[in-house]
Design a protein around this ligand. Structure first.
Ligand code: PHE
Length: 472
């Protein structure tokens, strides 16, 4: 049997994992959430969650991957000799990324469409408030979907080193340069600093139970946890690599990008309207990207002309597109790698089979916005009509994600055992051994992190499906 594929260098692994972590959530989700929920106060809370909760979970995932050298499905069964109930955790870690890939693909397709339209000079059309509603119902979507899938396929067929790692090495530095360039540009606009102030000045009075829970979910999603990604990427590491060091770096880079994205979004919003208040900010990332921002970009034509404004818009959509592609690649690699391992088939064949499944599911899910009535009015619970797309988000993103996090924590400490977990992390990182952080990780992963994730899980179930909040 062929040896397992591996990343070519530590930097390659870090960039690929950071590429997964840096996504649409960083570019718009984080800035909007921070601004609405107490600015600097939210930032502090978020940073605390990254370090004290998410980083330990990331270590748990990466170490399971590297030790077993398997995708999550086979990792759980290898490390437990096929114990049936842990197989459920393995299956959840394959189905979740597949379904999240579906919703993430749909949004990436929209971004690709907006990127294309701003490049060909249609920014004025994108800024029209009616455009988005029509766009998500148009059959053009399927053409853009072919484009996005082709990019993902091209990257993944190259494998770990020649595909995932290479793409991350090109896209991540490009993303960082575009982001920095755009931030410098928006900071020169009138009233930009009012936006910076609004973003950063802490308002502790806004912090309540639901803000705390939103900050935790955002942090967890942003580090790509609970989706089997860090298990899979970890499985492509050799035993000499420093897992704790790399994980810290990935968490740091992800947080920095989210923070810097706020320095792009908020000044842009305030230069457009210095009297913006948080109520006017759109609630969702989707509203922000596809209706709010195009309007702001178009308004730039007064100072830099239509072509200038279109260039700014195109750069922004390209930036978000790169962020989305590296995330999409990472999440789709999980089921692909599971299929390769389980059926002992080659990468291209596994990609073909999973790709077909993804296309069918995504085409159906993308019809949730009016194209097909069955998908649009799919079901109803807790007094709300839900589209198929909504159901995918509610079930997999909101509900199962924290459950997967909970399961990996319990698995590592109580089934695989702390000694094996620590021994795995110490390999390649002798300085980690015996540190305070190591003790903290063991303690937290075995006690309060799963407890918190459990609370998030049951609260979500109560809220989403029964319309009853237990907390918040
Ligand atoms: N970390 C990504 C983000 O912030 C989330 C994600 C990763 C989603 C991988 C899908 C796949 O947007």
């Amino acid at each position: 049997m062929a040896a397992r594929e591996q990343f070519g260098s530590r930097l390659g692994f870090i960039l690929a994992a950071a590429g997964s972590a840096v996504g649409i959530g960083n570019m718009v989700g984080f800035p909007v959430a921070a601004t609405k929920n107490g600015g600097g106060a939210f930032l502090i809370l978020y940073a605390v969650f990254i370090v004290l909760i998410c980083l330990p979970v990331m270590l748990a995932e990466m170490s399971v991957g590297r030790n077993s050298r398997k995708d999550p499905l086979n990792a759980y069964s290898t490390l437990t000799n096929g114990q049936a109930h842990w197989k459920i955790a393995g299956w959840l870690s394959i189905i979740t990324p597949f379904m999240i890939a579906v919703f993430y693909l749909v949004i990436t397709v929209w971004i690709f469409g907006y990127l294309y339209q701003s490049i060909i000079g249609n920014l004025d059309m994108l800024a029209d408030p009616a455009t988005f509603g029509n766009f998500v119902q148009s059959s053009d979507l399927f053409i853009y979907m072919v484009g996005v899938l082709a990019v993902v396929y091209l990257i993944l067929q190259g494998g770990v080193k020649q595909g995932i790692e290479k793409a991350a090495k090109v896209m991540m530095p490009a993303l960082f340069i575009m982001l920095t360039g755009l931030v410098i540009f928006v900071l020169t606009l009138d009233n930009a600093f009012a936006g910076v102030q609004y973003y950063l000045i802490p308002d502790f009075s806004k912090i309540n139970a639901s803000v705390v829970s939103a900050a935790l979910s955002q942090a967890f999603f942003s580090l790509s946890l609970g989706m089997g990604i860090m298990i899979t990427y970890g499985s492509y590491l050799d035993s000499k690599s420093d897992v704790p060091g790399s994980a810290k770096f990935v968490a740091f880079a992800d947080t920095m990008v989210a923070f810097i994205a706020g320095l792009l979004i908020l000044p842009a919003v305030f230069s457009f309207n210095p009297n913006t208040n948080t109520e006017n900010l759109s609630d969702s990332s989707v509203g922000m990207i596809f209706t709010f921002l195009p309007k702001i970009f178009l308004a730039l034509q007064a100072s830099i002309g239509y072509v200038g404004a279109s260039i700014v818009a195109s750069l922004f959509f390209l930036l978000v597109f790169f962020a989305a592609i590296t995330s999409l690649v990472s999440i789709f690699e999980v089921p692909v790698s599971a299929l390769m391992e389980s059926k002992k088939i080659g990468r291209k064949k596994a990609l073909g089979i999973m790709g077909l499944l993804l296309i069918v599911t995504s085409v159906v899910a993308s019809m949730s916005f009016g194209i097909w009535d069955v998908a649009t009015n799919f079901t109803a619970y807790a007094g709300q009509t839900k589209s198929l797309f909504d159901v995918i988000i509610d079930v997999f993103y909101d509900t199962i994600l924290p459950l997967n996090g909970l399961l990996i924590c319990l698995f590592v400490i109580y089934r695989w055992k702390k000694e094996n977990f620590n021994a795995e992390l110490d390999k390649g990182a002798p300085k980690y051994e015996g540190t305070f952080f190591e003790k903290y990780v063991d303690l937290s992963v075995g006690t309060f992190i799963p407890a918190i994730l459990f609370l998030v899980f049951i609260n979500t179930v109560a809220l989403k499906y029964f319309g009853e909040a237990l907390i918040g």
